[in-house]
Structure formats: structure tokens, C-alpha cells
Ligand binder design. Structure first.
Ligand SMILES: *Cc1c(COP(=O)(O)O)cnc(C)c1O
Length: 459
């Protein structure tokens, strides 16, 4: 007998809608020129389907909105802070919580506390804000992700893994005293949302414990990572996302979190640590940069929405549909022959711009060009993750990343399957006319995180 496949579907129904503006090709051409061919500089009202980022763009649930009404807007000791603290302890397993306005607020405080001039911070691929805060604090980031992560064609299921030999070599070369912590990310963003395995985390814990080195977890997308462990790692098929998330965190000493991703809120983040001394210093420092330690730059209502969102984010049905939608889009794009990073990651599809536009050299920004062309075709907004995002080294030279990608990031609970079809068709149309596409030159370059504000012209 033939078996009929069991599709995933959204574990929610729609209660309110936001209307979208449709634009003409001519309107999009004008908008793009005004934005200097940088999709970050487009006005959101000129965008049809917005895949710029999954950061702060998720749809909150009715329960989260109800939580907003329970905001206890006190300067100090808001009840929403205590609720959030309890949820972070229960769901994530970290002891002490410092709320921050978003992830980079936590990165700033943590980097300032733990890093001294000349330190080395190994990590499984860099993230833009994370590395910059490490550098501004006087440290040097060293990439210790496995080589497979730099190869978009390699289908290894845990391309977020750390290469223990690379880490061990750094410890031998610099000594453990100069390594304040290993910066470990789950669902490695810059590699295409690739997960790290539990086995790898256990090995990392063993090696770092031996040398007295901390592990700090960038847990922005930990639930999505947990889903891949559940689906692909032996021994975890019967565990819940909640259980897996907690086990991941148990191998680390603290975390920075951008709650704008996994945790289903539009703003917020936190630093969470197990070490009292680090907490004590962070609690003091947060007052300088964010706000008092019981609000950290957030309103009470924001903390309440976050507390509820964290609970929803580790629900198995939620995460299956969330990642299921991403995989649906990826498979559709592969049917059109579009070169994407494999395996498909948790939060978006990463198009291999080097393969898509092989006639454009990296100095002429193939990924930036492709993002502009996709917008022009349909009003779908994507972003560059390649040489522009990688920026320059301290000595002024460009980083030349191996991966030159366009990221189509899917906001959580926002778009439908029909939207996914429209997106795949648009990229496919651009793919058909790829040979006629020319590269660009950068005509304005800001000093920090240039991808946000750089301007380009067509060659
Ligand atoms: C978004 C993000 C950050 C930074 O968080 P913000 O909330 O944008 O400041 C850090 N790490 C990763 C992996 C992220 O995706």
C-alpha cells in the first residue's frame, strides 16, 4: 500500500493581518537607486516580502500581546523581570540574568568583563557584532569551525561543529591564560544556520574543563539547533526540544541572547551566566550601558512578552513548523536548480552567489548584486552575507570570506506557504537571466559594520 506523506502545518491560525504594498518594477528601480543598491537602506514600505532578517520580525502570539498589557513599568524590581528570570532559569538552566536591549548589548558587557588586551577568542565562525565587540575589547577572534562549514556543497549534518584540533592548537600556541572563553554559537548564522551536535558540545566541555576555559554560548537560535539534534543525532529522537535545549546549555558557562530571534519578540536580549563573580560585574556594568539590572533597556511589557515567547519557542510543534517552512522554501529553490547552501539550515536559505554569478569577481560584490536583483524582480528583500558583511581587518585589509552568500531569512509565524512559492519563483527568474547581470562598486564605506550603510553603484 502506498503511504501518504504527513505534512507539517502551522500550529496556529491567523487572527489579525497586516496589508502589504505591491510595487511596480519602475518603483522598485527608483527605490533601489535611492538606497545605493543596499537592501538595508530600502524603506520597509517599498518591500513586498521582507526576508532581510528574522531579527525582531516575528509575529507575537495573542498570549504575548496579552502579556504586554501586564507590563509592570516600574524603574526597579518590575514583576516582569522576575518572571523572565524564572523562565530563563527553568527553560535555559542559567543561574543569573541580566536583561539587555538586544543581543549586542549583552555582547558588549560580556566582552568588556572577560576580555583583556591581547586575548584570543576562538569561535565556531564569526558573527558580525559578536566579533566586533571582542575586537573592541582588545581581543582577536580565531575561527575554529570545522572545514566542512566553509564548503556550501558539503552535506555534513552538523556543520556548526568545532574542530577540537584547531582549538587544541590555539591553546598550545597561546596558552589557556590568553583564552578567556570559547565563543560557541548554536545554529551558526554565517555558515547558513548550521547546527552543532551534542557530541561535539560534550567534547568541547571536556577539553575546556581540562584547561579551565569558559564556554560562552551565543544562544540566539538554540531551539532551532535543538530541532536538528532531535532529527539527526542518535539518541535524541525521543527527547523534547525543551530537554535538548537545556542539555546544550548545561555544557556552557553562560550565554548572550538576542531574543529578537528564537524568543519571538520584536526587541530584547540578555546575558545569562552561572558564575557569581561575572554576574556581579555585569550587574554593575549594565547600569552604564543599558539601564538598571532589572530592566536593562527594556520596558516591563517587553520582558513579559519575552518570558512568554521563550516558552513558546521550545514547543516541539512550533519548531517543526518553523524549520519545516524554511526547508519547504529551500527544496523549492533546489527544484529550480538554484545553488544554495546545504544542508538547509534553521532560519533561512543561503544562496551561493559565487555559483549563481560566477562571472562577477568577489571585489565586485556578487552577493550584494544578487540581493539587489531579487528585490528588483519582485520586491522580495534579502541581504548580503559575503565580502561586504565580512568587513576589514584591524590593519585595513578586506576580509575575503570563502562564503559569498545571499540570505533569505524567514521571520517566524509571519508568511504563508504561498509566499514561499512567490519567493522561489522570483529567485528562479533572476537565475534565468543571470548571465546578463553586472557587478557593482562601493562608493561609500562606513567604518564599522559597513554592510548596514554602504552605498553602491552598478558597473
Ligand atoms: C542577531 C544576532 C546577534 C546580535 O543580536 P542583536 O539583537 O541583533 O543585537 C548575535 N549573534 C547572532 C548569532 C545573531 O544572529
Amino acid at each position: 500500500m502506498k503511504t501518504i506523506k504527513q505534512s507539517w502545518a502551522e500550529p496556529y491560525k491567523i487572527k489579525m493581518v497586516e496589508l502589504l504594498k505591491m510595487t511596480t518594477p519602475k518603483q522598485r528601480q527608483i527605490a533601489l537607486e535611492e538606497a545605493g543598491y543596499n537592501t538595508f537602506l530600502l524603506k520597509s514600505e517599498d518591500v513586498y516580502i521582507d526576508l532581510l532578517t528574522d531579527s525582531g520580525t516575528s509575529a507575537m502570539s495573542d498570549r504575548q500581546w496579552a502579556g504586554m498589557m501586564l507590563g509592570d513599568e516600574a524603574y526597579a524590581g518590575s514583576s516582569n523581570f522576575y518572571h523572565l528570570e524564572q523562565v530563563v532559569q527553568e527553560v535555559y538552566g542559567y543561574k543569573y540574568l541580566i536583561p539587555t536591549h538586544q543581543g549586542r548589548g549583552a555582547e558588549n558587557i560580556l566582552s568588556k568583563i572577560l576580555i583583556k588586551e591581547g586575548d584570543i577568542i576562538p569561535g565556531n565562525m564569526y558573527f558580525t557584532t559578536t566579533r566586533l565587540h571582542q575586537e573592541l575589547a582588545g581581543g582577536t577572534f580565531k575561527d575554529i569551525i570545522i572545514d566542512e562549514a566553509h564548503d556550501p556543497e558539503n552535506e555534513f549534518p552538523f556543520k556548526g561543529n568545532i574542530d577540537m584540533d584547531k582549538l587544541d592548537a590555539l591553546i598550545q600556541e597561546y596558552g589557556a591564560e590568553r583564552i578567556p572563553y570559547v565563543s560557541m554559537a548554536t545554529s551558526v548564522n554565517m555558515a547558513g544556520g548550521q547546527p552543532i551536535s551534542m557530541q561535539n558540545l560534550k567534547e568541547l566541555r571536556a577539553l575546556t574543563t581540562k584547561h579551565g576555559i569558559r564556554v560562552i554560548h551565543d544562544m540566539t537560535r538554540v531551539a532551532e539547533n535543538a530541532y536538528f539534534i532531535q532529527q539527526k543525532e542518535k539518541g535524541y529522537e525521543d527527547k523534547t526540544i525543551r530537554e535538548i535545549v537545556k542539555e546544550i546549555n548545561s555544557y556552557t558557562d553562560g550565554a548572550t541572547m538576542s531574543a529578537k530571534k528564537d524568543a519571538l519578540v520584536n526587541i530584547g536580549g540578555f546575558l545569562a551566566v552561572n558564575d557569581w563573580d561575572v554576574f556581579e560585574e555585569a550587574r554593575n556594568m549594565v547600569v552604564v550601558y543599558e539601564g538598571l539590572h532589572t530592566y536593562g533597556g527594556l520596558a516591563g511589557r517587553d520582558m513579559e512578552a519575552m518570558a512568554i515567547g521563550i516558552g513558546e519557542s521550545v514547543n516541539d510543534d512550533h519548531i517543526r513548523a518553523r524549520v519545516g517552512q524554511v526547508i519547504y522554501l529551500g527544496e523549492k529553490m533546489m527544484e529550480y536548480g538554484i545553488p544554495i547552501v546545504k544542508p538547509i539550515g534553521g532560519h533561512g536559505i543561503f544562496v551561493d552567489a559565487k555559483k549563481f554569478l560566477p562571472h562577477i569577481s568577489q571585489d565586485q560584490f556578487p552577493a550584494q548584486t544578487l540581493a539587489a536583483e531579487i528585490y528588483l524582480d519582485s520586491g522580495v528583500r534579502t541581504m548580503e552575507r559575503g565580502i561586504v558583511s565580512a568587513g576589514r581587518k584591524a590593519n585595513g585589509e578586506n576580509y575575503y570570506p570563502k562564503l559569498e552568500l545571499v540570505r533569505l531569512t524567514i521571520p517566524r509565524r509571519v508568511y504563508t506557504q504561498a509566499h514561499m512559492d512567490v519567493i522561489a519563483e522570483s529567485v528562479a527568474r533572476v537565475y534565468l537571466r543571470r548571465k546578463d547581470i553586472k557587478g557593482m562598486k562601493m562608493v561609500y564605506e562606513p567604518k564599522y559594520l559597513r554592510f548596514f550603510q554602504a552605498l553602491f553603484e552598478k558597473l
